[in-house]
Design a protein around this ligand. Structure first.
Ligand SMILES: [Zn+2]
Length: 300
């Protein structure tokens, strides 16, 4: 028996088919059409036969087996979702469950907002795999890199442009960009003055610029834009912070309020080179703690 495909491999296979059929400039993806037609060809005995919105209280999406007497599977998204980007990511996520997990989970899936919106590696493995598939399928890396080169300076408008191109949420597009950029950047999602979760690009992570929310609540700085809504215009703004606000080095912060979720999305951009050697600091993790009250302590 051959080894099952990884989430990335499934996305690559389908990307290849779509590139051959429609060319490289084919976005956004018509997910219901692709899910039905691809599975009808590849799994004629077990295809996806319907993709539709329905009443799905408490969940964003579901993958379910067709009723007795019919072959195949159905994908449902919560028809009360108003964000097209969120619906698309949900559909791709359920398509991922179909490709990756339907044999091991013959009763299908019901997935909540946490499963779909929040996709970090610490979260459930099966949900994480479905999200990795969705991100790779909706936003192929070669195309994304053509929109924003790995070492390009970015602003949130450029990432918004990609979110529109792939018709995904700003968070999904930002996470995809963070996965390959050579820049030091950190995405912070906050509500009521506290970080809900955060994600760093690899260069930022390696230089010690990250927030570890699993260790407890982390306050955002008083000077940050989410705590100064008067500085926002049309729900967004950018600001230059001196060292000591977000990190012990200057930061350019760009923030957008996502009304439908009632949280703030902040992109923190740092200079390419860390201003000093962070690795020495890690040898003395308690040095910083002595100067900062516990509630404001951050992981670097
Ligand atoms: Zn799921």
């Amino acid at each position: 028996m051959t080894r099952p495909f990884s989430p990335e491999r499934w996305a690559f296979e389908i990307t290849h088919v779509l590139n051959a059929a429609f060319g490289a400039d084919r976005f956004p993806i018509d997910i219901p059409m692709v899910a039905r037609e691809y599975t009808a060809q590849r799994f004629p005995d077990d295809p996806i036969i319907s993709v539709q919105g329905d009443n799905l209280p408490g969940f964003d999406g579901a993958l379910f087996k067709a009723p007795a007497g019919r072959k195949g599977w159905g994908i449902i998204y919560n028809s009360r979702l108003s964000s097209k980007g969120r619906i698309n990511f949900t559909l791709a996520h359920e398509f991922g469950h179909f490709l990756l997990h339907r044999l091991a989970y013959p009763n299908g899936f019901r997935c909540g907002e946490q499963d779909v919106v929040r996709w970090d590696s610490e979260y459930g493995q099966v949900e994480h795999q479905a999200n990795v598939f969705a991100a790779n399928f909706l936003m192929p890396l070669d195309d994304f890199r053509r929109q924003i080169a790995p070492n390009a300076e970015v602003d949130l408008d450029m990432i918004s442009h990609c979110a529109d191109r792939y018709r995904v949420s700003l968070i999904a597009a930002t996470l995809r960009w963070l996965s390959y950029t050579g820049k030091r950047a950190v995405l912070v999602v906050s509500r009521d003055g506290f970080i809900l979760w955060a994600r760093s690009s690899t260069p930022a992570l390696k230089s010690g610029a990250f927030f570890r929310t699993s260790a407890g609540p982390i306050e955002i700085p008083e000077a940050s834009l989410p705590l100064n809504p008067g500085l926002l215009v049309d729900g967004r703004a950018s600001i230059e912070h001196a060292a000591g606000a977000w990190f012990r080095e200057p930061v350019r912060e760009m923030t957008v309020f996502a009304e439908q979720y009632d949280f703030a999305i902040s992109l923190l951009l740092l200079d390419d080179a860390a201003p000093f050697d962070w690795t020495d600091e890690e040898a003395e993790p308690d040095t910083y703690d002595r100067f900062v009250p516990v509630a404001r302590r951050r992981e670097w």
